[in-house]
Design a protein around this ligand. Structure first.
Ligand code: T46
Length: 135
């Protein structure tokens, strides 16, 4: 499945909670890059692109935001509001992030380094590539 929700196992005790992300254990790829998005304007819409090969797990470790996805004609919106849940996106998936709360910090674990050549930033190109993939 190109878009999957992930529930992280919480190590908790009387002091609080801890979640560990380990490559090829609970994260299904080698983690080559970590970035985080914060201070997002309330009306901002980020993303608006797909990737050719990148796999990513998105976790809203503080606050909340919406992740809208489209793959193979299927559209969904996921409300991320917990450090205990992630969204795994791989394959040809158009994604948009919006509705960021003022305290939102969106953490992203990525399977590869930043490569602009992996981005599909034109929606018509995304639809064409989706069609080619299905032909
Ligand atoms: C994605 C969503 C969820 C870098 O230099 N290195 C990086 O690793 C990244 C991610 C970005 N950048 C530069 C490229 C742009 O000049 O930072 C600037 C903002 O990047 P972008 O407009 O692509 O950011 P978003 O929030 O629209 O998308 C990002 C990721 O780029 C993308 O892979 O899936 O978050």
């Amino acid at each position: 499945m190109p878009v999957q929700t992930i529930n992280f196992h919480i190590k908790g005790d009387s002091r609080g909670s801890l979640i560990a992300c380990e490559q090829n254990h609970n994260i299904p790829f080698d983690i080559k890059r970590v970035y985080y998005i914060f201070n997002t304007a309330p009306d901002a819409v980020r993303g608006k692109h797909a990737h050719k090969t990148l796999g990513q797990i998105l976790v809203c470790i503080s606050g909340s935001c919406d992740i809208s996805t489209e793959e193979n004609g299927r559209q969904n919106t996921y409300y991320l509001n917990s450090p205990t849940h992630g969204l795994y996106i791989s394959g040809l998936v158009w994604r948009e992030m919006s509705n960021f709360s003022p305290d939102a910090v969106l953490l992203v674990l990525a399977s590869d380094y930043y490569k602009e050549s992996d981005y599909i930033r034109n929606y018509k190109d995304f639809l064409r590539l989706t069609k080619e993939q299905n032909d």
